[in-house]
Design a protein around this ligand. Structure first.
Ligand code: NAP
Length: 526
């Protein structure tokens, strides 16, 4: 069977993006994939199949959509711990990017097919009072894990967890997107009115989203779905500077040109970069990384580097950086490179970060940051430190988990057991499968790959027929928690209507409900 898997792997790999720089740009999108998706021929079997999808974000939706579209006698149940659907499209995509959120309409089409698809919101899958994976395996022909990344990577520095004013990018995005997760201590930790200078470690697109939301005029976001309490907090804010710090060089910046352009257009904002850090970024290997022959990303990378060089005011030394940070007028966005955080300063609340100077080592596409000798240390003052160094998935009971990559080991989407053997009937998609990187198109691509393995198993009759009914699923949920309130699609429509109505009365697209209990009480109403 492994041989058959590997053969199909060869036929698929040319569609998969290479990731030499850890991010995908929009141009990566390969339209062949859409046609491949359209051309899946119907799996005509007179058997009944049932699939469970764990996680109602983009990966879960794309898997559900493909199964419903291509399998004749099938029902798909989508479970989510939240009472609302849409995963990171609702709680991750920045509120000032409403065009990205339009994709929810596409996902909604899946949920509307209530004859064949059920949404089970507010249902926990896994240990600690949830429905177990073994129970799902009893009920379904196949289980697809698509619950994403609900945690974050740490810097691994002393007092990272104890000092106030240190938040992860996940917590920041959860806050300004009105997530129901209550792990941001708004008053103490965020306290934006006390914050003049922000340091962000990591320079990916999430860091850019956060910088934009903190720096742009809140009134520009007011018509969208940003929660009113967040908007009010931002209105009281006057952030003077954001230093965006990468451990590697300018060529390895993880943000895309579109995002840096958008930041640079914020009125009253000036972008800065340090001369020596830019010079040290351009190693021979970095020059090579920008050569069109090197990779499909090279031109985009080169355009981005040019943009950084041309748009930034170049500072000569640390003293000039300090002068800029202390200057009262205008907002400053300072691109820092080749700096790795080594110590957090402050007693109760963070007041600065010590960075050690790095240099690049290694060949093109594989350059690492190593400390310069003798050591050079820089301190950046801040009242808010944001760790934007990537999200992290959590393991689920009964499924092998790679604790280094924080992903579920899989072969093209089929989960592997601890002996590396594929487990037909158990699948994975999205960030839990490939790690926390890539835009929604990349998730579409890898969900197509996961579906192709499912199709392969269906074509070869490797999955059991199931006749599970909604009552059986309800029973399994209630076995773990009596009186548990499940939120179905009809209930979500009620919540959605209240949010839209409240939004419209305030001149916004939506006013998000911030408390789970309130959502549950709306969904109960007849
Ligand atoms: P990311 O793009 O992977 O960026 C992570 C950053 O953290 C990199 O600069 C990385 O540096 C740095 N980093 C990692 N570990 C570190 C450490 N221990 N110390 C210092 N720096 C460290 O992650 P992300 O920003 O969370 O974004 C996740 C994905 O979502 C990305 O693919 C992103 O493009 C996508 N996204 C897209 C949009 C959009 O299109 N508008 C918006 C949001 C998110 P190295 O490169 O040196 O590892």
């Amino acid at each position: 069977m492994l041989q058959t898997f590997l053969r199909s792997k060869q036929s698929l790999t040319h569609h998969l993006p290479s990731r030499p720089f850890g991010f995908f740009v929009a141009q990566d999108y390969n339209p062949d994939f859409k046609s491949c998706l359209e051309s899946q021929h119907l799996i005509k079997s007179d058997k009944d199949y049932r699939f469970a999808v764990v996680g109602c974000g983009p990966a879960g939706f794309y898997c559900a959509k493909q199964i419903l579209k291509n399998v004749a006698n099938v029902r798909v149940d989508i479970f989510d711990r939240n009472p609302h659907p849409f995963g990171l499209v609702r709680t991750g995509v920045a509120p000032d990017h409403p065009e990205m959120k339009k994709i929810e309409k596409d996902y909604e089409e899946v949920l509307k097919d209530t004859e064949r698809c059920q949404f089970y919101g507010n249902v926990w899958i896994g240990a600690n009072g949830g429905v177990s994976i073994s129970k799902l395996k009893e009920l379904y022909s196949g289980v697809i894990l698509a619950y994403g990344a609900t945690s974050e990577r740490d810097l691994g520095l002393p007092s990272e967890k104890s000092l106030l004013g240190i938040l992860s990018s996940r917590q920041m995005a959860s806050w300004y997107n009105g997530s129901l997760d209550k792990d941001v201590l708004y008053d103490q930790d965020l306290a934006l009115e006390q914050v003049k200078n922000v340091v962000i470690v990591g320079n990916g697109n999430v860091a850019m989203d956060i910088s934009r939301v903190l720096m742009k005029d809140p009134e520009k976001m007011a018509p969208h779905d940003i929660p009113t309490p967040v908007l009010e907090h931002l209105r009281k804010t006057r952030i003077n500077s954001i230093s965006l710090v990468g451990r590697r060089g300018a060529v390895q910046s993880a943000f895309t040109i579109k995002e840096i352009r958008e930041i640079s257009r914020i009125p009253d904002l000036t972008m800065y970069a340090l001369k020596q850090e830019l010079l040290d970024s351009f190693t021979e290997a970095s020059e090579r990384e920008q050569h069109p022959d090197f990779s499909v990303h090279a031109r985009g990378i080169q355009r981005r580097t040019e943009f950084i060089k041309q748009t930034s005011v170049i500072l000569e030394n640390e003293e000039q950086v300090r002068e800029v940070v202390e200057r009262k007028e205008g907002r400053k966005f300072i691109l820092r490179y080749l700096n790795k955080p080594v110590e957090l300063l402050g007693e109760q609340r963070v007041k600065g970060v010590k960075f050690e100077r790095m240099r690049l080592e290694g060949s093109a596409g594989d350059q690492r940051a190593v400390a310069v000798e003798p050591k050079q240390v820089t301190t950046m003052d801040c009242e808010l430190l944001i760790k934007s160094i990537g999200y992290k998935s959590q393991p689920i009971e009964g499924i092998t988990f790679n604790t280094k990559t924080h992903t579920v080991p899989n072969l093209m989407g089929c989960v592997l057991n601890d002996k590396d053997e594929p487990q037909p009937g158990l699948y994975v998609a999205g960030w839990l499968k490939r790690g926390p990187s890539g835009i929604i198109d990349a998730t579409l691509r890898d969900s197509v790959e996961t579906f192709r393995i499912i199709k392969h198993h269906l074509d070869n009759e490797m999955l059991p027929e199931k006749h599970t009914k909604p009552e059986d699923v309800q029973k399994a949920i209630l076995e773990n928690a009596a009186n548990h309130q499940v939120v179905d699609y009809g209930d979500w429509q009620k919540i959605d209507a209240v949010e839209r109505q409240e939004g419209s009365s305030r001149g916004k697209s939506r006013e998000k409900i911030l408390h789970k209990e309130e959502m549950l009480s709306i969904s109960k109403k007849v």
